[in-house]
Design a protein. Structure first.
Lengths: 551, 263
């Protein structure tokens, strides 16, 4: 029987043993580089905060809730939201001056791996009404304060955005109303100031005012001291005012009629109806009615110009009202002037018919005067009875009444503005109540369950994981490399290979025989490789340490 | 602890050291007689490498079962592939058989090494025989080492090819064939010089040495092609420089040796 040479079974690791250095070198190199890198890796600190999200309806699992939640979080972490966080955390950085730096920071915050992390914990009874959804906001950095700041800012931003989202739609209407209200408030303030100014003027002008007048004035000026006077006094004074107003009106009419009567009588006596020259503007001005109208117009115009100077537009209802009043007064004045002129014209007739007419007119005037006198007397009587035992009005009574009438106008104005103000305030209140009701359905209740804190301990680093990964990688590379070298090598390696290749019997496989020298050289070669690998490992760790110190 | 006793850690250590990928390391550089330590069959008879040469010898016997093989030429494609060591060890292991007369001829006239390996004088040798300065009888008379007869190369020749192609060579080989049971011819590498081709056609068998992990397939093909052209197709191969792994085979054999040593 033919004696076979020992057959060596090709175990799967043969190629590694064939080329051990191709296997060991990548492992050593990659492992040492990894360990060097790991030693360079800084310590990370993580700060986190837990928020609870809850829809006002209570049922957190609804699609509406999810939509709102996503809206809020996309508002915080997408687009400008993250830019706002960056600006708040790094206030020194100017977006326009250092765009690259700014973008890097934004990218860092946005990055899904190292950026702000949002983790949901929906495991806590989310299906039950009133259930909560928990959101953990966390960020890690080498600087614990920075990590804390980022988390804090993000939490604030989430709260803010949620609030804004809820209020956004309703707020538009409210803002308009609030502005209107502010406008009228200012205006009322202006009027109040004007009134108090007038009051002081009055007091300085007429220091010897009666108590009633003073009260009246105070009342006109906005009811400052109503509680000091009884209601009875108030009504009495008011009545006196009315009588006085009426009597002055009648007296004016009386004066007018008497003047007319004088003219007609003179014409009848002289029997010459000379055409009187038309009245000059100055003469018409002297008429008491025209005077009053002019004064009223002037005061109105003054107040209007005052309003305009304070920034009110001509479209403002207040000013429009004043304008219409001025127009009405002007029309009245014009009418009065026309009447005056026509009365002069009428008296210009020269025949009997005209004389007769004048006489008839005189009769009418006389009867009217009589009626007015009666009325005046009656009013005086009423006044006296209402005044009781009070003193007669002061000497400057007419002037005071003028001033007071002015005050009346202002008060009227104030009342109108106050009306507007109240109207708007009511509207605003209604809108606010409505918005509050709507808001409860619009937003998400966000509560901070765990406030962010400055982290004191670094995150347990994952060095072991990295090392294992590096080992797996380097072992794979080493195996692959030695396998490639083994496959590429076209030399004969075993007797079975040789037998297959040559179809010639292989008499023997002789082991490697080496002399001492060869053995020593081999040993030296191996040592050199080993030492160089060890040196590489040490050097890389050394360089890593230096780099850590430098940066 | 029993388990450790059974495993025999020291034995395992030794096994790893002596049979590891690094191969066999000589016990001594040279013995007192000046024989190189690499001639394992002579220096370290009990070693596993000597055993491998015995396997080679046995296989050579079985190879010559059909047609008797008396003259064996050993060659390789390139230098440093183990021709000389193999031929020396083969010759020594063949000479162990006391009934057989074995001759080792160093026919590498350009870079002779056998005399150095066996601690013999270089001259007189083969070139002297061809130059008719000395008769072959001189070498046949007494064995050089043990039971082995050796013809060294003699003085270094540059025109060895011409010398080997002379008619004298055939006479010499015939004489050797008549006198010896086995004659081993160590030759220069085939891709370097054509000596092996010339001698190969005159010998009974050509054994081709291949160095594992070094000799490329294309080179082997080329060498075989050349030998075939010279009517000297190799009959067999020997694989040298094999670095075995810790195969079960060796453990069993190691155990066997331990067993035999104890016995």
């Amino acid at each position: 029987m033919k004696a076979e040479s020992p057959e060596v079974s090709l175990s799967s690791i043969e190629f590694i043993v064939e080329h051990p250095w191709f296997f060991i070198s990548p492992i050593v190199i990659i492992m040492s580089l990894t360990s060097a890198f790991l030693s360079c890796m800084p310590l990370f600190y993580q700060s986190s905060s837990i928020l609870s999200l809850e829809s006002p309806g209570g049922d957190v699992i609804s699609a509406k809730f999810i939509q709102k939640k996503e809206d809020i979080l996309s508002g915080v972490l997408m687009g400008d939201g993250i830019g706002n966080i960056a600006k708040e955390v790094w206030p020194d950085i100017d977006e326009k001056a250092e765009p690259v730096k700014y973008n890097n920071l934004v990218e860092r915050l946005r990055s899904p791996k190292s950026g702000i992390k949002l983790d949901y914990n929906t495991g806590k009874t989310p299906t039950k009404p009133g259930g909560q959804e928990f959101l953990t906001v966390s960020f890690s950095d080498t600087d614990p304060n920075l990590a804390y700041n980022v988390v804090k800012t993000t939490v604030n931003m989430i709260k803010k955005v949620s609030k804004e989202k809820a209020e956004g739609e309703i707020e538009v209407g409210l803002v308009f109303l609030r502005k209107q209200l502010e406008f009228y408030k200012e205006k009322l303030q202006v009027i109040d100031n004007e009134i108090s100014r007038l009051k002081i003027d009055l007091k300085t002008k007429y220091p010897d005012m009666t108590e009633d007048e003073r009260y009246l004035m105070d009342e006109m000026l906005g009811g400052i001291s109503v509680k000091d006077y009884s209601i009875k006094t108030y009504t009495r004074v008011e009545r006196i005012m009315k009588y006085e107003d009426k009597s002055t009106e009648l007296k004016l009419r009386l004066l007018e009629l008497q003047k007319k009567k004088d003219v007609i009588q003179r014409q009848i006596e002289k029997k010459e109806f000379i055409k009187a020259p038309s009245l000059s503007p100055q003469e018409t001005e002297n008429d008491s009615f025209v005077k009053q109208y002019s004064a009223a117009i002037a005061s109105k115009e003054l107040s209007m110009s005052e309003f305009l100077s304070q920034g009110f537009t001509s479209e403002h209802p207040q000013i429009k009202q004043i304008q219409s009043e001025v127009q009405r007064l002007r029309a009245l004045r014009e009418q009065r002037i026309k009447e005056l002129i026509s009365s002069e014209m009428v008296s210009g007739g020269a025949d009997k018919a005209s004389e007769e007419k004048a006489r008839n007119e005189l009769k009418d005037i006389d009867s009217e005067i009589e009626v007015i006198n009666m009325k005046i007397d009656a009013l005086d009587n009423y006044k006296k009875t209402s005044e009781g035992g009070s003193q007669s009005p002061a000497s400057g009574k007419n002037a005071i009444s003028d001033e007071i009438s002015k005050l009346l106008e202002i008060k009227n104005e104030k009342d109108i503005n106050q009306g507007y103000y109240n109207d708007i305030r009511q509207q605003l209140e209604a809108a606010e109540i409505k918005s509050r009701l709507e808001k409860s359905d619009v937003g998400i209740n966000i509560n901070v369950i765990e406030e962010p804190r400055v982290p004191l301990d670094p995150i347990p680093n994952q060095k072991l994981k990295f090392i294992l990964m590096a080992f797996a990688l380097s072992a794979t590379i080493g195996t692959g490399l030695s396998y490639i070298v083994y496959v590429v090598d076209r030399s004969i390696k075993s007797s079975s290979e040789l037998r297959e290749f040559l179809q010639v019997p292989v008499l023997a496989s002789i082991d490697r025989i080496s002399t001492y020298d060869e053995f020593r050289i081999e040993k030296i070669r191996r040592n050199i490789i080993a030492i160089s690998l060890i040196t590489f490992a040490l050097l890389s760790s050394f360089i890593a340490k230096i780099l850590v110190k430098i940066f | 602890m029993n388990l450790f006793k059974k495993i025999d850690i020291n034995g395992l250590k030794k096994t790893i050291q002596s049979y590891g990928p690094r191969g066999y390391v000589v016990k001594t550089e040279r013995d007192e007689a000046g024989v190189d330590g690499r001639i394992v069959t002579y220096i370290d008879k009990g070693s596993y490498v000597a055993e491998q040469y015995k396997v080679l010898r046995t296989n050579l016997y079985s190879l010559s079962a059909e047609k008797p093989i008396k003259t064996v030429l050993i060659t390789s494609s390139h230098p440093q592939e183990g021709k000389t060591i193999t031929s020396c060890n083969l010759a020594v292991s063949l000479s162990m058989d006391m009934e057989k007369k074995v001759l080792l001829v160093d026919s590498d006239l350009r870079r002779p090494t056998i005399h150095n390996m066996l601690g013999l004088p270089k001259k007189p040798g083969l070139s002297e025989i061809f130059n008719k300065e000395i008769d072959i009888e001189y070498f046949i008379r007494k064995p050089a080492i043990g039971n082995l007869y050796v013809i060294p190369s003699g003085s270094t020749q540059i025109n060895s090819s011409e010398m080997l192609s002379s008619t004298k060579v055939k006479d010499v080989i015939d004489k050797i064939r008549a006198e010896f049971n086995y004659a081993i011819f160590d030759t220069p590498p085939i891709l370097s010089v054509t000596d092996a081709c010339i001698l190969g056609s005159l010998c009974d068998a050509v054994i081709f040495i291949i160095k594992a992990g070094v000799t490329q397939r294309d080179v082997i093909k080329e060498a075989f092609h050349m030998l075939e052209g010279a009517q000297a197709k190799p009959k067999a191969c020997v694989l040298t420089n094999v670095r075995y792994l810790l195969d079960n085979y060796y453990f069993y054999r190691y155990k066997y040796y331990k067993y035999s040593e104890q016995a």
